[in-house]
Ligand binder design. Structure first.
Ligand code: HAM
Length: 429
């Protein structure tokens, strides 16, 4: 068997790194300016952390999407399928309810779901995740959603759509689920198998059905947003009011449902045009009650996660792809055998201030300059017998071709003041 990466996983190659790095830098800047602190939870947890939180009827569990295994000590462990449960487990474990409230935490890293692989849907994928724990106020929901949009905007993504809805309070949900069961009971047999299972376990999830037959059956029914109780309705209106006032564009989606069971009231997704069926860049919502469910105090919370691969895909579609990878400031070329160790030593010293690379075997000047060019260097520095005798380097600015002899002692400064070199050539090699 030829060894290869497991289906649904991918190598992030050197050429991919700049856009990943930029995305994380933008997310960090936007979030940390809003007082969000970084939390890095472990990649795996006791299976119970996720089983208790994502809900029995959640897609993750229903479709057996979690990577759960027994370790050698017989502990049942799960590779995290999302961050929320891990972050809240950490919140409880470290007594963060005693910290100034709300506690705002962001995280990023891989998550794992054993899903059917397709565009935008992988088995190891990456999320940027935000949780705001300790506030039940609608202003917290609006701030969280606005921060998500701020990140996308600062990345340069326009044409994104916030779909805002509400799944109501637990009573509202129970009432709505009963309504759906009653309404669909006479024709339940006509639903697809998946939808029949959803009708049994979590009827609201039916609203997410993709099958045209299923969609036709539910088309005329009331939506969760039409059936909210007064408190959830007032909460929804307040969130929408803030977003309007802050000019965060959104559409009301009366049928929004999410694949995880823990949501209360606010539920939202953010979509981008043109990235195919998996157009949700991310989503989230309020999860009052979940911290208590994980054994902590009964504090409310709201959060979201976005899929890094999906946001990068949307950026590529919008032609906002990669900042070019930068090459070294200097590429040193040894022109004889003795110079090999010398350029390596010089490079080590200069690296205190600059990115410097070098050849590992002696090179004729023409070939050495070509090596420097391929490395993407700003300058080539050539060292042979004459330079050794003089204590100099032949420094060539590759873009302009300007070249001059620079004393070794001045080299570090010369690299930092490019204009000092880009003067008429004084000497040829
Ligand atoms: P989620 O909707 O399950 O929510 O995932 C959030 C985002 O992660 C999705 O919109 C998508 O961009 C990305 N994603 C999910 N599964 C995959 C996959 N298999 N391949 C690629 N990307 C994927 C959550 O995970 C919640 N924990 C969000 C949250 C935080 N709610 C409250 N706080």
């Amino acid at each position: 068997m030829r060894l290869q990466a497991v289906k649904g996983t991918a190598d992030r190659l050197p050429a991919d790194q700049p856009r990943w790095r930029r995305l994380h830098e933008v997310a960090r800047r936007v979030l940390e300016r809003a007082g969000v602190q970084e939390l890095t939870p472990p990649v795996f947890e006791f299976a119970e952390v996720f089983e208790r939180s994502v809900g029995e009827a959640a897609d993750l569990v229903v479709q057996k999407e979690m990577y759960t295994f027994d370790d050698r000590g017989g502990r049942r462990l799960t590779l995290r399928p999302e961050f929320t449960a891990s972050v809240l487990r950490a919140y409880v474990e470290h007594g963060m309810h005693t910290w100034p409230s709300p506690v705002k935490l962001w995280s990023h890293g891989p998550a794992f779901r054993a899903e059917n692989v397709q565009r935008g849907r992988f088995r190891q994928f990456h999320q940027v995740n935000l949780e705001v724990v300790g506030s039940a106020e609608p202003v917290a929901d609006a701030e969280a959603i606005a921060l998500f949009v701020d990140i996308l905007r600062e990345l340069g993504l326009t044409g994104v759509r916030v779909a805002l809805g509400s799944v109501g309070d637990p009573d509202d949900r129970a009432r709505y689920n009963a309504y759906l069961r009653d309404a669909l009971a006479p024709r339940a047999g006509e639903l697809t198998e998946t939808s029949q299972e959803r009708l049994r376990l979590n009827p609201m999830r039916l609203l997410d059905a993709k099958d045209p037959g299923d969609r036709a059956l539910i088309a005329g029914l009331a939506r969760p947003l039409d059936r909210l109780g007064d408190p959830a309705r007032a909460h929804f209106d307040a969130v929408a009011g803030y977003l309007r006032a802050w000019e965060v564009p959104f559409d009301v989606d009366p049928a929004i449902v999410r694949g995880l069971d823990y949501y209360r009231r606010t539920a939202f997704e953010i979509h981008a045009e043109g990235i195919g069926a998996q157009s949700a860049l991310g989503g989230g919502g309020r999860y009052d009650g979940l911290v208590a469910q994980l054994g902590g105090p009964d504090v409310p919370g709201i959060g979201w996660a976005f899929g890094v691969e999906r946001v990068l895909d949307a950026l590529a579609q919008a032609d906002l792809a990669a900042p070019e990878a930068e090459g070294p400031a200097l590429y040193l070329v040894p022109m004889d055998d003795e110079a090999v160790g010398e350029v390596a030593h010089l490079a080590r010293r200069l690296r205190a201030r600059q990115r410097v690379e070098h050849g590992y075997v002696k090179r004729a000047p023409g070939k050495g300059l070509r090596d420097a060019d391929r490395a993407g260097a700003r300058y080539a520095g050539l060292i042979g017998a004459r330079e050794r005798a003089e204590g100099t380097v032949q420094l060539k600015h590759l873009a302009t071709g300007v070249q001059r002899s620079v004393p070794l002692a001045d080299l570090a400064d010369a690299l930092e003041r490019p204009e000092s070199i880009a003067e008429p050539a004084t000497q040829e090699v």
